[in-house]
Design a protein around this ligand. Structure first.
Ligand code: MD6
Ligand code: FE
Length: 214
């Protein structure tokens, strides 16, 4: 893809498109705080493997925090203001979540970002996320801020059509991907997470994706 630039060093960025970039190590100074927040959310809204409308059980375990949470079952994908597992509202953003999201968005050229949802994904080794577009949000151009924590993984970054070629983007603990605008509807996925253990996160990769849904 002609708009993929060579990765920079830590503190640098990888441009994935006109309005998409990886901020290398951006969340590193805040990683312990973010992992503590994830543990708090999981204690109140347990991770679970959701069923797709087609009846498949997703490999990635998910939960949410914020006003709205992404969920899936046989009836479809949607955002809900309550955890379907407990009937209770999703936990609020833990300390440090909102500032990380707004700071990263601003750094990537999206000032004034106000996300109302944060999906928490947990990948065990071998777990993958197939190629998809996030299109359940009302706002089709507001950025998504995606924070990688724990085990490294390879992100697949495609185009606006499923058949477009993909590039492989390595994502490590503390990397933040931001994309919006013209790049917001591009296909993407995660290759199977290689085995390993991470000093702060154990045998898992965690991903936070902040979204502006409404
Ligand atoms: C992940 N992320 O990195 C999966 N979607 O674990 C996503 O599917 C994703 O990182 C939209 C925007 C950013 C993302
Ligand atoms: Fe996605």
């Amino acid at each position: 893809m002609s708009d993929l630039f060579a990765p920079a060093g830590p503190g640098g960025r990888t441009l994935l498109g006109r309005q998409a970039q990886v901020l290398l190590g951006f969340a590193l100074p805040r990683a312990d705080c973010l992992l503590a927040g994830i543990a708090q959310v999981i204690a109140r809204a347990p991770l679970r493997q959701l069923t797709t409308p087609g009846g498949h059980v997703m490999q990635v375990a998910m939960t949410n925090c914020g006003l709205l949470g992404w969920t899936s079952d046989r009836r479809g994908y949607r955002y809900a203001d309550r955890d379907p597992g407990s009937g209770r509202p999703w936990p609020a953003f833990p300390e440090g979540f909102l500032t990380l999201a707004t700071d990263a968005a601003a750094e990537a050229g999206f000032p004034g970002y106000r996300p109302d949802a944060c999906l928490i994904n947990r990948y065990a080794p071998g777990t993958r996320l197939s190629l998809h577009v996030d299109r359940d949000e009302d706002d089709p151009v507001a950025p998504i801020v995606s924070v990688s924590l724990g085990l490294p993984a390879t992100f697949l970054w495609g185009g606006l059509a499923r058949s477009d070629r993909t590039v492989r983007v390595p994502l490590a603990h503390g990397d933040v991907v931001v994309w919006g605008g013209a790049d917001r509807m591009r296909f993407h996925g995660v290759l199977p997470v290689p085995p390993g253990t991470h000093p702060q996160a154990g045998a898992f990769r965690y991903n936070l994706t902040f979204r502006k849904v409404r």
